[in-house]
Ligand binder design. Structure first.
Ligand code: ZN
Ligand code: ZN
Length: 189
């Protein structure tokens, strides 16, 4: 059976990987594997913005995919952006193999507030599930409590749950069933 791979960037803690592994296996029911850390390429750094461009880092993540990769999720401490937006919490290929999340803006101390580990863990799980949801073909959901609702601010991240609404869950199950069928078909040949 194919696996969901976690691809941690530079200095992403083992604790973060542990939290994500437990949550993603519960939500998606795939085996989870973790790759060795990778170092975000210097040429993805934008000196003017003092941020990293998301697209080349996502490319670095996808380049690590193995034949048994169902999906691959990069996790970076870098603050990432795409040209149209001042920052992003994450990015994904819609219906594709790869996604990335940034931890940079998920800690309370980014906002000048005391750290809150419980809140931080919840935010990491929500963003990971959200971006993986996109890779399974899910688009943004209008239900603000659904993990697939769009978050352009940390307040919106905190409003949503770390799981799918009923409608998105149905779409996810259908999408995963399609993958399983493709895999079976591949094995028959
Ligand atoms: Zn999204
Ligand atoms: Zn939904």
């Amino acid at each position: 059976m194919s696996s969901i791979y976690l691809a941690p960037g530079y200095h992403v803690s083992g604790e973060v990987i542990h939290i994500l592994t437990n949550h993603i296996v519960e939500i998606f029911d795939f085996p989870i594997k973790t790759l060795p850390d990778f170092v975000e390429a210097d040429d993805s750094y934008d000196y003017k913005r003092e941020q990293y461009s998301s697209v080349p880092i996502l490319r670095q993540v996808i380049d690590q995919a193995k034949p048994d990769t169902a999906r691959i999720l990069g996790i970076t401490n870098k603050d990432i952006f795409i040209p149209m937006l001042s920052f992003i919490f994450g990015q994904a290929q819609l219906g594709g193999i790869g996604a990335i999340i940034s931890l940079a803006r998920l800690r309370q101390n980014f906002y000048g507030l005391p750290d809150d580990d419980h809140l931080y863990r919840r935010r990491i799980c929500k963003e990971a599930v959200h971006e993986l949801g996109h890779t399974f073909g899910l688009t943004h959901c209008m239900d603000m409590r659904c993990v697939m609702s769009l978050s352009t601010s940390i307040e919106q991240v905190d409003i949503k749950e770390d799981d799918f609404c009923g409608a998105c869950r149905t779409l996810l199950v259908e999408s995963i069933a399609t993958i399983s069928h493709d895999n079976l078909h591949g094995e028959e040949r």
